[in-house]
Design a protein around this ligand. Structure first.
Ligand code: ZN
Length: 167
């Protein structure tokens, strides 16, 4: 592909290279292999929005992993296991409509929200049909309400998990 090189002052062919670099996210250093576009002629780095966005996701995920937060893809996995779309998962956790979308795109969740997302993990296997049924009927529910419903529906003892929920 061709892109504008500031150094050459015109469109030039680009080369893609993978480079290991250190970034600082919220005062934590992370080492990430990022994609860098360079001018084939002079070697100058070329800014590319899509490449930068993909790099940002990798960098933030490296941070999340390092400090023990769920990565973007882990959040996505949990959601998929629940059979939910991003909006339903946000409602389930009483978060803003676009919150899960943002996390999956690389935004960093705080610890409270991270814990909340982790808590829905154990239920997917045996509660899946109930989750689906309930979410279909009432897309906007709180996590606590959902859990109470799930407890009524399920013969498994999960009340201890309700007690663990933040108020
Ligand atoms: Zn150049």
């Amino acid at each position: 592909m061709k892109a504008f090189c500031v150094n050459c002052g015109r469109d030039e062919k680009t080369i893609i290279s993978k480079e290991k670099r250190v970034f600082k996210v919220r005062n934590v250093e992370v080492e990430v292999i990022v994609t860098v576009l360079k001018c084939q002629k002079c070697g100058e780095e070329i800014y590319d929005y899509k490449t930068e966005k993909a790099n940002d996701l990798l960098i933030n995920d490296a941070y999340k992993e390092k400090v023990g937060l769920l990565t973007s893809s882990e959040i996505k996995q949990i959601r998929k296991k629940m059979g939910l779309n991003q909006e339903s998962m946000s409602s389930l956790l009483s978060l803003g409509k676009k919150t899960i979308t943002r996390y999956e795109n690389g935004s960093i969740q705080d610890r409270t929200q991270d814990n909340l997302i982790r808590q829905i993990r154990p239920f997917n296997s045996f509660l899946y049909p109930q989750i689906k049924e309930y979410m279909d009927k009432s897309p906007v529910i709180s996590y606590k309400n959902y859990m109470e419903h799930a407890e009524r529906k399920s013969d498994k003892k999960i009340s201890f998990l309700i007690q663990a929920l933040p108020v």
